[in-house]
Ligand binder design. Structure first.
Ligand SMILES: Cc1cc2nc3c(=O)[nH]c(=O)nc-3n(C[C@H](O)[C@H](O)[C@H](O)COP(=O)(O)OP(=O)(O)OC[C@H]3O[C@@H](n4cnc5c(N)ncnc54)[C@H](O)[C@@H]3O)c2cc1C
Ligand code: FES
Length: 500
C-alpha cells in the first residue's frame, strides 16, 4: 500500500453528516467546536438535563482531536517534579487527581454508553535514552509517588531498544478518538439537543442571553456558551498571548501484531518521540510514531519532519514502509496548566478551555467536567486551579520569548517577500511575495497554475508562512492555518485569506 496523507483515525471512521444550522434557534447551552472538549461537554450537559447545540465549523472530530495520538494518561512526559518545585505539592496533587479522575470518567462514559472505541488499559511510560536524563526520571517518580499517583521506576520496557530508565504509570488508557467522538455525538443529537456541522461561528455577542453569530446567517441564542475551538476564537480573554501553538508529526505503519509492544511511550528531552500501537479493523496492528514538534509557522520545509520519523521507524523498528502520515497542533500553556473557566472576569456566561500542551485527552474530559459543573452552579474542586482568568505568567522566560517572537514577526515579516517574485515559486511550492505593493501568498500547483491569497492573517494581522508538507499557509503568531485557496483550516481566525 502507498503512504496515505491523513489521520488514521479519520480514515478508519465514516464521515459524519450532521446538517448546518439553517434557522434561528434557542437552547440552554451553545457549544462552539466539535472536538474532545465540545462533544464531551455537550454530552455531560445533556445528561444533566440541559438542551445543547454544538456548532462545528467542519465535521465532528476532524480538528486536533481527530489527529492526536490519543493516549489517555496523567503522565504528561515529565511534569510533577516541576509542578511541586514551582507551584507546591497541593497544586501538583490537584493536577494529578483531576487527570486521573478524568480518565476514570472517560472510561465510565464509554462503558455506560457501550461505545466501541478500542478503549484499552495500558501502562504509560516516559523514558530516557541517555543516562544524563535519569535524574529527572527519578525525580518524577519520587514526585508522583508522593502525590499518590501509580508511578514506579523501571530500567527495562518492552520496546525493541534499550532505555536508560523510565517512569511507569500503571492503569492508564488508549482509545480511538474518532470512534469515541462520533458515537458520543450521536448521543448528544436529538431530544431537543443538536449537532450542527459546516457551521462556523463568527462571534458571540450579548450576555443573558448570549447571541452566537454563525457565518451561515442564523443566530443561536443560549443562556451559556462554551468556546471549545482549541484556541478560543474570541480574543477578549487574550488566550492567544497566554499560550503558543506547537505543531507535531505522526506516522502510522502496519506491523506484525506479534512484534507489537504493549505500553504507551514518550521520550524525554526536546527531540522526543511518542509511541503507541492501535488495533486496525482488519485484525492487524498499527504502530504510531510521533515527534518533530516545532512552533507553528517556524519552518517551511515540514516534509523533513516526516522524513525524520521514517528514519526513526527504520532505525528503531526496522520498518521500511509506512501507511499513514499526518500532523496537527495544540496550544501550549506557559504555566503548564490548562485554562478552564470563564472567558474574562466580567463574563458570566461565556466559558473556554484551552492550553492543553499536547496532553488534551484527559484534560478535555476534565474541562468538560469543570465547565458542566460551573454552568450548573455546582462547586467543582478543581475549578480554582484551572481558572481561565487567573493571573497569567506573562513574565516567564518562555512567555517572554514567545510573545517577543510574535512582536518581532508582526514587524519583521512586513519585509517578507519584498525581493521575491512569482517567477521564483517552483511547481508544488508556495512563497510570500510582495506584488503590487501587497504581500501575497503565492502557490504554484503541479500544473503550473498560480493561486494567490492575501498573506496577512485576518486574526491579528501577522504574515502567514508556507507549510510545504501540508501545502498550507500557517500563521506563526497564534496558529491559524489556511489552504491554498485561503479557506480556514484552523482557527482562531474566523475569516479566510482573501483570494487575489
Ligand atoms: C501531535 C499531537 C499529538 C497529541 N497526542 C496526545 C495524546 O496522546 N494524549 C493527549 O492527552 N493529548 C494529545 N494531544 C493533545 C490533544 O489531541 C488536544 O489537546 C485535544 O485533542 C484538543 O481538543 P479540543 O477539543 O480542544 O480541540 P479540537 O479537537 O481541535 O476541537 C475544536 C473544534 O472547533 C472547531 N472550530 C474551530 N473554530 C471554529 C469556529 N469558528 N466555529 C465553529 N467551530 C470551530 C474545529 O473545527 C474543531 O473541530 C496531542 C496533540 C498533538 C498536536
Ligand atoms: S493567528 Fe493570530 S495573527 Fe494569525
Amino acid at each position: 500500500m502507498s503512504e496515505q496523507h491523513g489521520s488514521f483515525w479519520i480514515a478508519s471512521t465514516l464521515e459524519s453528516n450532521y446538517p448546518a444550522v439553517t434557522d434561528p434557534l434557542t437552547v440552554d447551552v451553545a457549544i462552539i467546536g466539535g472536538g474532545m472538549v465540545g462533544i464531551t461537554a455537550a454530552y455531560l450537559l445533556k445528561q444533566a438535563g440541559r438542551r445543547v447545540a454544538v456548532l462545528e465549523a467542519d465535521r465532528v472530530a476532524t480538528g486536533v482531536s481527530g489527529h492526536t495520538t490519543a493516549k489517555v494518561t496523567s503522565l504528561h512526559q515529565l511534569i510533577y517534579a516541576e509542578l511541586i518545585k514551582h507551584r507546591g505539592v497541593e497544586t501538583a496533587r490537584i493536577y494529578g487527581d483531576s487527570n486521573q479522575a478524568a480518565i476514570a470518567r472517560l472510561e465510565k462514559m464509554i462503558e455506560s454508553e457501550q461505545i466501541d472505541c478500542d478503549f484499552e488499559h495500558k501502562d504509560a511510560y516516559s523514558f530516557a535514552t541517555s543516562a544524563d536524563q535519569l535524574d529527572k526520571i527519578k525525580a518524577e517518580v519520587e514526585a508522583a509517588q508522593k502525590l499518590g499517583l501509580p508511578a514506579t521506576f523501571v530500567e527495562t520496557t518492552d520496546l525493541p531498544f534499550a532505555v536508560a530508565g523510565a517512569v511507569k504509570f500503571s492503569q492508564q488508557a488508549q482509545f480511538h478518538p474518532c470512534k469515541y467522538l462520533l458515537a458520543l455525538a450521536s448521543k448528544v443529537d436529538g431530544g431537543g439537543s443538536f449537532i450542527f456541522e459546516q457551521t462556523r461561528v463568527k462571534t458571540v455577542s450579548g450576555e443573558n442571553p448570549c447571541q452566537v453569530i454563525t457565518d451561515n446567517g442564523p443566530t443561536v441564542t443560549a443562556q451559556d456558551v462554551i468556546v471549545a475551538t482549541n484556541l478560543p476564537i474570541l480574543d477578549q480573554g487574550l488566550f492567544f498571548a497566554k499560550t503558543y501553538p506547537k505543531r507535531s508529526y505522526l506516522i502510522g505503519a502496519k506491523i506484525d501484531p506479534a512484534t507489537a509492544f504493549d505500553g504507551m511511550y514518550i521520550g524525554t528531552g526536546s527531540s522526543y518521540h511518542s509511541l503507541r500501537t492501535t488495533p486496525t479493523d482488519d485484525g492487524g496492528t498499527l504502530l504510531i510514531i510521533g515527534g518533530g514538534s516545532h512552533k507553528v509557522g517556524e519552518i517551511t520545509q515540514t516534509q523533513e519532519r516526516y522524513q525524520q520519523l521514517r528514519d526513526y521507524a527504520r532505525l528503531k523498528f526496522g520498518l521500511n514502509a509506512i501507511d499513514y502520515y499526518w500532523s496537527t497542533q495544540d496550544m501550549v500553556s506557559f504555566d503548564r496548566l490548562p485554562y478552564i473557566g470563564k472567558l474574562t472576569p466580567a463574563d458570566r456566561h461565556i466559558y473556554v478551555a484551552t492550553g492543553f500542551s499536547l496532553w488534551g485527552m484527559s484534560k478535555s474530559v476534565l474541562s468538560a467536567m469543570v465547565l458542566s459543573d460551573l454552568i450548573q452552579g455546582i462547586q467543582n474542586p478543581w475549578a480554582e486551579l484551572y481558572d481561565a482568568t487567573r493571573p497569567t505568567p506573562f513574565i516567564t522566560s518562555e512567555s517572554l520569548k514567545q510573545n517577543f517572537d510574535v512582536g518581532t514577526r508582526w514587524v519583521g515579516d512586513r519585509l517578507k517577500g519584498l525581493f521575491d517574485s512569482s517567477d521564483s515559486v517552483a511547481p508544488g511550492e508556495g512563497k510570500v511575495v510582495t506584488t503590487q505593493g501587497e504581500q501575497r501568498g503565492i502557490y504554484r500547483d503541479e500544473a503550473g497554475q498560480l493561486h494567490q491569497v492575501a498573506a496577512v492573517c485576518p486574526h491579528l494581522g501577522c504574515v502567514v508562512a508556507w507549510n510545504q508538507a501540508e501545502k498550507s499557509w500557517d500563521c506563526p503568531c497564534h496558529g491559524s492555518r489556511f489552504d491554498t485557496q485561503g479557506r480556514i483550516l484552523q482557527g482562531p481566525a474566523v475569516k479566510p485569506l482573501d483570494q487575489r
